[in-house]
Design a protein around this ligand. Structure first.
Ligand code: BEZ
Ligand code: FE
Length: 298
C-alpha cells in the first residue's frame, strides 16, 4: 500500500489512469492531472479555497442556458480560447487570415441575403459598407464561399440580447461572387460589455477589469476544400482596442471605416478587408466554439 502525500497522490492518480485506451485522451487527462496537482501545491490550496472554486464552477454550470454558454465565457476571459485559437492557426498547412474568437453570440441559420443587402432591420445611424475578396493563399478567388457575419447594433447589443432566442437581426449569410467578392451594408457596431450578470462577470469585477470588447464584426467563412475561418474585424479607434477582455484582437484584424473610391457602394464610408483561406488538411477539426443552442442540445 502506497503512503499518499501531495506528490505521491499525483503518481497514484496517473498510475490508475495508465490503461486509458485512447492515447490522445490519456495525454490530455494526464497533463490536466499533473498541472492541476502542481497548481494546488503551488498556491498551497486550502479546503475552503478548494470548495470556493467548486462553488464557482457549479455557478458557471448553472448559468448555462440554450442561449448562454458561461463556460465558454470563462475560457474567453481567462485567455484560454485565445491560446486554443493561436494553436489552431499554427496547425494549418498554410497561413490564412488570422482567426479570432467565435464568441457566444454565433447562431446557425441566419438569413441568406444577396450581396449588397443590409444586415440591419432598423438602422438609426448612417450605414457603412463592408467589402473585399475571399481568396486562397495565392490570391486566387474563392467563388461561392459561405460568409456568415454577425455583430452588435449601434447600441452595443446582439439580437439574442434584445430579441431572445428566436429573433434574428444584425446577422446574415452571404455567398461570394465568381471573383470571390463580397460586400454588404451594416451599421458600425458599438463596443460592448461581455455578459457581466453571471459568475464570470463577478470574477471579472473582482479583478478590476472593465469587461468591454472593442467594436467588431464577426465572420465565419467557409469554402469547399478550405479550412473554415473564424475571425472578426476590429475598429481601431475604439477606446478598448488594446484591452479586449477576451483577448481577441490582433493587429492584422484592425480596420477603419473611411471614404473609399473603390467601394462597390458609392457614398457610405467603407471597410475594406480581403480574407485568405488556408487549404484544409484531411480530417481537420473544426471551429473553436459553437452555436450555444447546439451545445445545450448535446
Ligand atoms: C463576442 O465577441 O461576441 C464575445 C466573445 C467572447 C465573450 C463574449 C462576447
Ligand atoms: Fe462579438
Amino acid at each position: 500500500m502506497q503512503d499518499l502525500d501531495e506528490f505521491s497522490a499525483t503518481e497514484a492518480a496517473l498510475a490508475q489512469m495508465a490503461a486509458t485506451p485512447n492515447p490522445r485522451l490519456k495525454e490530455i487527462v494526464d497533463a490536466a492531472v499533473r498541472h492541476l496537482h502542481a497548481f494546488a501545491r503551488d498556491v498551497n490550496l486550502t479546503p475552503e479555497e478548494w470548495l470556493a472554486g467548486i462553488g464557482f464552477l457549479t455557478a458557471v454550470g448553472k448559468a448555462c442556458t440554450p442561449v448562454r454558454q458561461e463556460f465558454i465565457l470563462l475560457s474567453d476571459v481567462l485567455g484560454v480560447s485565445a491560446v486554443v485559437n493561436a494553436l489552431h492557426d499554427k496547425k494549418a498547412r498554410e497561413l490564412g487570415s488570422q482567426s479570432s474568437l467565435l464568441g457566444p453570440f454565433y447562431r446557425e441559420g441566419a438569413p441568406e441575403l444577396q450581396l449588397g443587402d443590409s444586415i440591419v432591420k432598423n438602422p438609426s445611424v448612417a450605414e457603412i459598407v463592408v467589402y473585399g475578396r475571399i481568396t486562397d493563399n495565392n490570391g486566387a478567388p474563392i467563388p461561392n464561399a459561405l460568409i456568415q457575419v454577425w455583430q452588435t447594433s449601434e447600441h452595443g447589443l446582439y439580437d439574442l440580447q434584445t430579441l431572445g432566442e428566436t429573433g434574428m437581426d444584425l446577422r446574415a449569410n452571404f455567398r461570394s461572387d465568381k471573383e470571390g467578392n463580397y460586400w454588404f451594408r451594416t451599421v458600425r457596431p458599438l463596443g460592448y460589455s461581455i455578459p457581466m450578470d453571471g459568475p464570470v462577470g463577478e470574477m471579472v469585477r473582482h479583478q478590476n477589469r472593465h469587461g468591454f470588447r472593442p467594436s467588431h464584426i464577426h465572420f465565419l467563412i467557409g469554402g469547399d476544400g478550405f479550412r473554415e475561418l473564424v475571425t472578426a474585424l476590429y475598429f481601431g479607434d475604439d477606446e478598448h482596442i488594446d484591452s479586449d477582455t477576451v483577448f481577441g484582437v490582433s493587429g492584422s484584424l484592425v480596420v477603419s471605416a473611411k471614404d473609399d473610391p473603390n467601394s462597390p457602394v458609392k457614398g457610405p464610408k467603407a471597410v475594406h478587408y480581403d480574407f485568405r483561406l488556408a487549404r484544409a488538411a484531411p480530417g481537420e477539426s473544426g471551429r473553436v466554439g459553437a452555436d450555444p443552442t447546439k451545445l445545450a442540445a448535446e
